[in-house]
Design a protein around this ligand. Structure first.
Ligand code: ATP
Ligand code: MG
Length: 574
């Protein structure tokens, strides 16, 4: 492709609204243009990258036995009502009404549609397992669309769904998809990490997320991993091995006392005033779970994990109680709540609380805390669960030796064991070998195609621009004719270009009437893996320069060998 005939509107300045390097680069290098919040045009270079990713995904899905289909973007509300998700997904769903005033939505995911599709069509265990997938645009009205393609409101996703007769079948289908995901992401050039993910409250027996590790803000997900074994999980899911160090079980239970703590509301204020470590205090947090009050207790130096709490409570909406509700429920302002007087309210304690005695808590009275609170003498909790965030430096929950470390990652894909949530609610059943009618055991598997493209840029770039992994690059080779008005240079450049095209390479030639400096800058910016530079000085010596974008290595080759050497060199680039 000739630069003069294509459409690559590069910019000298960073776009004002972009925060991430990858977002800035994709705009500056002329790959994407914003239409409105979270909605983008994909320009010709981007389109080629997206096709490359799509092809890799399609090849690996087909290889794993999955069947490609296309489902509609426009969904009737009824199916989402049948699964119960119309109310749960809520505002994230793009909704509209048709001319008959019927409710519709634009698909953000397709469990309902596909389950309804196979219902009555896949009738017998003999037709199972099946894996059906599509690559298609998705719509989600994200609260904070940001970071360019990372979190869009319209984006491209590959979504696959498996149907099995039993859990053993699902496990097998799931493992096949996990293998396919590793192949997809490795072919895209990533050192991909598979981590345990949250399964949500409603069914689901296992989930994993596939992460590209980056050390920038673009890593929206936090993951914890063991420094000794292969344990790795998202912060929503991660656990650690609890030690008893938070309390001495042999410590005598002392008499509970009320202490005046004027204006002291935070853990830090209270514990430094009382001169005790934060691990001696129990934070008392008040929530409304689908409108019903819940008290959550957690050690003072820990952070509550609302996903774990929500999953445990199996509620749709979990909100922190507002100050008015806190006052109504505890009789005191925020900052003075404690478990002792709250026996009437549902109470959930983090498992670490069981190791603690002579604890500090709020006294449900403004400006007062208790010391030496002990259970079950002063309060009793029956619901004891892990509701805390993992922390760096804690012990691995899986192996004996390891310590937890943390990283940031971009979630480019995920796999999810759904079980029968959708097949049961939508009534999609088959006849099993024993003659009984049973709901399908399902799995669902997503890959963010557009997010993957930007993740590659976030992971692979330098100060000068993008460094595309070869399998995703819009072109493999860029021929730079430094002075397009010099006939000799032009002819030599086009001869090399033609020879490479002839041999099946994907080549871009910069034939613009621009200064050499502009061309070099743009070449580094758009990030094609191999550059061939034809310039006046080189021509006098009969040589062309080849530059590997990733390493910056430059070698000189004879003009007549240029295409052969380029292909040879390209073979060595990842
Ligand atoms: P997240 O936690 O990032 O919101 P999710 O759990 O909602 O992701 P899924 O519904 O499982 O994601 O979607 C499958 C894949 O689609 C994700 O792994 C991600 O790569 C991609 N994806 C999800 N939401 C977006 C979005 N708003 N913009 C771009 N890609 C997205
Ligand atoms: Mg989401």
């Amino acid at each position: 492709m000739r630069w003069t005939q294509t459409y690559i509107p590069t910019l000298r300045e960073d776009p004002a609204e972009a925060e991430l390097a990858s977002h800035k680069l994709l705009v500056r290098a002329g790959f994407i243009r914003k239409v409105t919040a979270g909605v983008y045009n994909y320009l010709p270079l981007m389109q080629r990258v997206l096709l490359k990713i799509t092809n890799i995904v399609r090849e690996e899905m087909d290889r794993s036995g999955a069947l490609e289909i296309t489902m509609p973007v426009l969904h009737p509300a009824e199916l989402w009502q049948a699964s119960g998700r119309w109310d749960i997904v809520g505002k994230e769903q793009m909704r509209l009404k048709d001319r008959h005033n019927r409710d519709l939505c634009l698909g953000g995911t397709h469990e309902e549609i596909i389950t309804d599709m196979v219902k009555g069509e896949l009738k017998s265990y003999r037709q199972l397992p099946k894996n059906l997938y599509q690559i298609q645009v998705k719509f989600r009205d994200e609260i904070r669309p940001r970071f360019g393609l990372m979190r869009g409101r319209e984006f491209i996703m590959k979504d696959a769904y498996t149907f099995d007769v039993n859990n053993a079948g699902l496990d097998k289908s799931y493992d096949i998809m996990v293998d396919a995901y590793f192949r997809v992401f490795r072919r895209c050039g990533f050192d991909i990490k598979k981590v345990e993910g949250d399964t949500g409250a409603m069914g689901g027996t296992g989930a994993h997320e596939f992460m590209v590790i980056v050390d920038t803000e673009g890593g929206e997900s936090t993951i914890f991993h063991c420094d000794k074994c292969d344990y790795a999980a998202t912060d929503e899911k991660a656990k650690f091995r609890e030690s008893n160090l938070s309390g001495n079980p042999d410590e005598n239970q002392l008499e509970r006392k009320s202490v005046h703590t004027p204006g002291m509301k935070t853990v830090k204020e209270v514990t430094s005033f009382l001169q005790v470590p934060a691990s001696k205090l129990a934070k008392t947090l008040l929530y409304l779970a689908d409108g019903k009050p819940v008290v959550a207790l957690i050690r003072g130096d820990r952070t509550i994990n609302e996903i774990k709490l929500k999953n445990y409570l199996e509620c749709n909406l979990l909100e922190m109680a507002d100050p008015e509700n806190v006052k109504r429920l505890t009789g005191a302002d925020v900052g003075f709540a404690g478990p002792c007087e709250l026996r009437e309210i549902k109470m959930v304690a983090d498992s670490e609380l069981m190791h603690m005695n002579n604890i500090v808590t709020g006294a449900n009275k403004n400006d007062y805390h208790y010391i030496n609170v002990n259970q079950p003498r002063d309060f009793e909790v029956k619901e004891i669960v892990d509701i805390k965030m993992a922390q760096i430096g804690e012990h691995c929950p899986r192996c004996d030796a390891g310590i937890l470390k943390s990283d940031r990652g971009i979630e480019v894909g995920n796999t999810f064991k759904l079980g029968t949530k959708y097949s049961s609610s939508i009534g999609a059943r088959f006849i099993d070998i024993d003659g009984e009618e049973k709901p399908f055991i399902m799995g669902s598997y997503g890959i963010g195609i557009t997010r993957t493209a930007q993740a590659a840029v976030e992971r692979f770039h330098d100060n000068d621009g993008i460094i595309w992994p070869k399998p995703l690059a819009p072109y493999e080779i860029e021929v730079i004719c430094t002075n397009s008005s010099d006939e000799h240079q032009r002819k030599t450049s086009f001869d090399i270009y033609d020879a490479l095209i002839e041999r099946g390479c994907e080549v871009l030639i910069d034939d613009r009437d621009e200064r050499a400096g502009v061309k070099f800058k743009d070449a580094d910016l758009i990030g094609i893996p191999l550059h061939i530079v034809i310039g006046e000085r080189g021509l006098k010596e009969g040589v062309a320069e080849m530059k590997v974008r990733r390493t910056g290595d430059v070698i000189k080759v004879k003009i007549e060998d240029a295409s052969n050497r380029a292909i040879e060199l390209l073979g060595k680039i990842n």
